[in-house]
Design a protein around this ligand. Structure first.
Ligand SMILES: [Zn+2]
Length: 266
């Protein structure tokens, strides 16, 4: 018989019960897909050239996993500003949404650039969006044991202050007990990230964040995800395109003086 290490023998794996699974793939309405690529087209049409832009993916609060729309915030004219997609900017856009809508991620275009990956700058922006989205889109994903060595049980009204000096955690109960398992709620959230280009290419990731309510333990992870397009019955109409055209004109401003670090920025 072989033991890997003594500590493993002493500390069994904490108990965990999974209560909800976060999305493993991205669901997107065909309408939202059409709108995203239409924005690319309109940018080229209106500004005579391809420009990068970003927007937010929008879901219904009742079905946060399905992207039903693309929200176009006022994109910064200045490249430097774009790199710091701040929480106040997301909050501002969030405020403008109808009550039943929720931001579940973001989408951006590399336009005509041949850079078909998420960039380092994308990752930084991603972290900001993830924090914002998961603060509002929070699920109870698990109950997980908080392993506590040296629990100190005390009975209400029957202990002195100095008894609190013992043990690592004191549990005060209304009766004598000798054993307890403490299980904390793990909150989890996700955030989609999609990058597209002028030619119909797209790549996407799902980012996850979890936090233990008692331990405060946080984990952040991500995965490359498949995207599934869903026909919700809505299609991009001529009227939609006319409205979108106005939005693109107002919100996506060409930068006529890009700094040399443009490649860094994608
Ligand atoms: Zn990018």
């Amino acid at each position: 018989m072989r033991f890997r290490s003594l500590s493993e023998l002493e500390r069994p794996e904490p108990k965990q019960v999974i209560l909800a699974t976060m999305p493993q793939q991205i669901s997107m309405a065909l309408y939202a897909k059409a709108k995203a690529f239409k924005i690319n087209e309109l940018v080229r049409e209106i500004h005579q050239e391809s420009y990068e832009w970003y927007g937010f993916t929008i879901a219904d609060k009742d079905n946060p996993e399905l992207i039903i729309d693309i929200g176009l915030p006022k994109n910064d004219q200045n490249l430097q500003d774009f790199t710091t997609l701040g929480p106040e900017r997301i909050a501002e856009f969030h405020e403008s949404l109808p009550e039943e809508a929720i931001i579940n991620g973001w989408i951006h275009s590399h336009g005509a650039l041949k850079y078909k990956h998420f960039s380092h700058t994308d990752e930084e922006n991603q972290a900001t969006v993830l924090d914002f989205v998961t603060a509002r889109l929070r699920w109870v994903v698990a109950k997980k044991e908080v392993p506590i060595q040296d629990l100190n049980f005390l009975v209400k009204g029957e202990f002195e202050e100095k008894d609190l000096g013992k043990g690592s955690v004191s549990i005060i109960t209304d009766g004598v007990i000798s054993e307890a398992t403490i299980m904390e709620t793990i909150y989890g959230g996700f955030c989609y990230s999609i990058v597209i280009d002028d030619e119909g290419w797209h790549e996407q990731e799902i980012h996850y964040k979890e936090r233990g309510v008692l331990s405060g333990h946080r984990t952040v992870s991500k995965r490359s995800a498949d995207i599934v397009f869903i026909d919700t019955g809505r299609s991009l109409t001529e009227a939609d395109i006319a409205l979108l055209s106005d939005e693109v004109e107002e919100k996506v401003q060409p930068n006529l003086n890009p700094p040399p670090e443009i490649i860094e920025r994608m």
